[in-house]
Design a protein around this ligand. Sequence first.
Ligand SMILES: NC(=O)c1ccc[n+]([C@@H]2O[C@H](COP(=O)([O-])OP(=O)(O)OC[C@H]3O[C@@H](n4cnc5c(N)ncnc54)[C@H](O)[C@@H]3O)[C@@H](O)[C@H]2O)c1
Length: 365
Amino acid sequence: MPGQVGIGVIGAGTISDTYLENLTGFADTDVLAIGDIFPEAAKEKAAKYDVATSGDVAVVLDHPGVEIVVNLTIPAAHAEVASQVIAAGKHVWNEKPLALDRVSGQSLLRDAEAAGLLVGCAPDTFLGEGLQAACRLTEQGMIGTPLTALALLQLPGPESWHPNPAFLYAVGAGPLFDIGPYYLTAVAQVFGPVSSVAALGSKARERRVIGSGPKAGEEFDVMVPSHVSSLVQYESGQSAQAIFSFDSALPRTLLEVNGTEATMLFPDPNYFDGDIAIRRRDRDEWEKVATTTAKSSRGTGVLDMARALREGRPHRAQGLLAYHVLDTMITITESVESRAFVEVASSVDKPPLLPEDWDPLERTL
Ligand SMILES: NC(=O)c1ccc[n+]([C@@H]2O[C@H](COP(=O)([O-])OP(=O)(O)OC[C@H]3O[C@@H](n4cnc5c(N)ncnc54)[C@H](O)[C@@H]3O)[C@@H](O)[C@H]2O)c1
């Protein structure tokens, strides 16, 4: 089938605005329908972004023009909604994490493969110009041979700004599952697949308070560790130290890759742009080597998937990669419980970098 790829969105919440802005702006994608368990929420977004059809989940699943469904529901619903999409004969893009457990992640990938359908999954920030440029420079040898990485995300917690933050402290989220995918996917693009992990976890508070929106002041339970400190061993022999925390008064993010010749400061993996700097072995100052501008933001991976579908090639932010990241995060949780190194069973190939002249806004289909 030639031409633009028809897109449906399920889940008309906070992050849907960014996706809808981008997916309605790309020349190669056409957003045809929005659905939500609260049809009113879907109708509101449809009016805002001039999308013709809106309502419940079925309006998206039954829409004949929708080829890829973008699943922006909460983590607990990701696997179930994605399975409904595959059963409806459509390709699916999930927000992260792919699923909450290995069994549902595996069965989603298996069912999709059997039906000849694609599974894509966030994050797609590693397709942003920031991380792509850092990976290109690393592949070109700017820091010598990459050896180790330090990944750090520490915040006081998202309940200060998110109006419905309870899910961010439930199974499937916490700093590890909510933020970990950005860092673990970015490092996978440099080091490849993980072979084993060890980790410690803790909780600063059993209950937290909603800081904004109509429910401000209400308390909710913290169901998962809100601080996770992990050691990650890659199949290649490279290693990383990764800390994910909602228990720090000091907000700080960092992704550094140490090579034999220099250390590279990567852009924040939660964004699509940023500066890149290196510190050479023989110099005692940072040297800025690139300033990057985002060509697009969330939805970039959906666009790559849409183009791949028409071009008959693999897309980059694949379900298999997201499954490996999910498997790594579940294994980190198991290590927190067992207090031992635990092997990561799955593996994945590094996705190829985007061409340097890749243009998300160009009409190619
Ligand atoms: N908010 C952010 O800044 C952000 C950033 C990146 C990724 N994400 C991810 O995006 C996803 C959604 O986050 P959000 O912040 O937009 O959450 P949200 O709670 O604001 O929105 C979720 C929407 O999904 C709908 N929904 C829930 N279960 C459903 C189901 N079974 N069927 C149909 N609709 C259903 C809800 O009614 C709601 O409208 C999460 O996986 C989150 O991790 C969020």
